[in-house]
Write a new protein. Structure first.
Length: 510
């Protein structure tokens, strides 16, 4: 019956399009076609509007959500069902504009989700299966329900491959195949095991975006051959299937970055070694939830606004793009790898992920349901944490509690802050010059203002001193004082004129 109806509506549209000009002018034909398509679509679904744009939700045995502005799948459906080809520019644009107007004027107001959604009120987690079905987790059960259940609507990329739950018993291979596949090295603060756990928590956090208004950025840095790219590639292919992969980032193409973060809930940018001037600003905007503009599909210069809910990872051997950007580092989880001595063919490793994808998803959902149960049992306000990424820290402590390792989790978070500070200070002229300045006998504990400090530090600098005035130095100090305290003892007081006065000492354990 459905195919017969599609054939009938296609014929009806064709008859309107071939109406002689003396009966209907060209713009009247386009308007008639658009109105007929809208009536047919409303018989089989609903128009939505949301902060993410305008959408059409098709009710069927496998309900599907289409973005009107940014979904080529909708264009394919319009072509298949109504015979309007995107190449027929004027007619197609008229139809798409009509769908937008319909959604804006009469569409239901909803929020649209990608991959997963944790409902803060009901304490339920919803995870898309990418085939019109959703798993609903309440801490006890995992129920398979249609897309749109409880008013939770998922917009899935057509390239994402569905998965299904399978019996796994007590099997635990997630760490073996995903988080342990990078060859993390021990640092002064974090062990390789600590870093595996941070990656594990970052992966889990992607299913609880509503608990992370500020999204933690993941940076895996290290020499070639440490498995940093392979690790993220495996995670993406486990999530979305064979067509998912890491993304190359070209310094001259900001649009490519914006397109990637607006179209996926998880993106991994590979080999980001250049000093890309615009990247730190974009990363800071993404982490804090600022909207991005992107060109609308099927148009040449029309733009729409998106507010990405994307978790971003980057790999780099020399992360120059982050030099001096304390605002970005404050939101970045920094992990370190080293070259392996032995290698396994990556094709074999990826085939193992493909062969075990259903069981890995089954294991993942079991763990996610345990976290849902713990979150549902939590009473009272969230505890205060010292870690700079407070949202991620609270979630990490929840994961630690579920795994029976809450105090270990707390210790790892503290060490993680130190790692970010060390990366920031490694090329920071103030920190480098302070090391030398404090070797002068009179300086430890000596109280100085920014003018005196600026004059004395710049004489010790082996590179051009970047601060042209005492005020500029004071502003920079205000941004990095927390990081400096990881390397030095720091005291900041104010005089009667509200001018900052500084004291520095070497840190005994540094």
């Amino acid at each position: 019956m459905a195919s017969q109806h599609a054939s009938n509506i296609n014929t009806e549209i064709w008859e309107i399009r071939r109406t002689p000009t003396k009966l209907l002018r060209a713009h009247e034909r386009r308007e008639a076609v658009t109105n007929r398509i809208i009536r047919d679509l409303k018989q089989h679904g609903t128009f939505f509007k949301s902060p993410e744009g305008h959408f059409y939700f098709r009710r069927s045995d496998s309900p599907k959500l289409f973005s009107i502005e940014a979904d080529t799948a909708l264009g394919a459906m319009i072509h298949d069902r109504y015979g309007i080809n995107p190449a027929e520019t004027r007619e197609f644009e008229c139809v798409m504009q009509g769908l937008e107007i319909e959604a804006e004027l009469r569409g239901e107001q909803v929020e649209v989700r990608r991959l997963a959604h944790y409902d803060l009120k009901t304490k339920r987690l919803y995870i898309s299966r990418f085939d019109g079905w959703v798993y609903r987790l309440d801490g006890t059960q995992k129920q398979k329900v249609p897309n749109g259940t409880d008013g939770v609507f998922f917009w899935d990329d057509p390239s994402w491959q569905p998965y299904e739950l399978v019996p796994i018993g007590n099997r635990r291979r997630f760490e073996e195949l995903i988080t342990c596949s990078a060859n993390f090295r021990d640092t002064d603060d974090l062990t390789s095991t600590d870093q595996q756990w941070v990656l594990y928590v970052w992966c889990l956090a992607q299913f609880f975006g509503s608990l992370h208004p500020t999204k933690p950025i993941l940076l895996i840095t290290g020499e070639k051959g440490g498995g940093k790219t392979s690790c993220l590639r495996k995670w993406l292919k486990m999530l979305f299937g064979a067509r998912a992969d890491v993304t190359a980032l070209e310094g001259g193409k900001q649009d490519g970055f914006v397109a990637a973060i607006c179209s996926s809930p998880v993106v991994a940018f590979d080999n980001v070694d250049e000093n890309i001037k615009w990247l730190p600003d974009h990363l800071a905007q993404l982490a804090t939830g600022i909207k991005f503009q992107r060109r609308k599909y099927y148009t040449t210069n029309e733009v729409v606004e998106f507010q990405p809910q994307c978790f971003v990872a980057l790999t780099s051997r020399t992360p120059k793009f982050i030099n001096g950007r304390d605002d970005v580092l404050d939101r970045t989880l920094v992990l370190h790898t080293e070259r392996r001595e032995q290698f396994a063919p990556e094709s074999c490793q990826l085939q193992t992920i493909a062969d075990n994808r259903n069981s890995l998803w089954s294991e993942l959902l079991r763990r996610l349901n345990q976290i849902v149960a713990d979150l549902g049992n939590a009473d009272g306000p969230d505890e205060q944490v010292e870690f700079r990424m407070a949202d991620f820290a609270r979630f990490a402590l929840t994961v630690g509690r579920v795994d029976g390792n809450e105090e270990i989790a707390r210790a790892i978070l503290k060490k993680l802050d130190s790692t970010s500070s060390e990366l920031l200070l490694s090329d920071e002229p103030i920190a480098i010059c302070l090391e030398v300045w404090l070797r002068i006998a009179r300086n430890p504990g000596r109280q100085v203002n920014s003018a005196v400090l600026n004059d004395e530090l710049k004489t010790l600098s082996e590179v051009p001193w970047p601060h042209k005035s005492a005020r500029a130095l004071g502003q920079r100090l205000s941004h990095i004082t927390t990081d400096l305290r990881e390397r030095f003892e720091v005291s900041v007081e104010q005089d009667s004129a509200n001018q900052n006065l500084y004291r520095f000492w070497p840190k005994l354990n540094h």
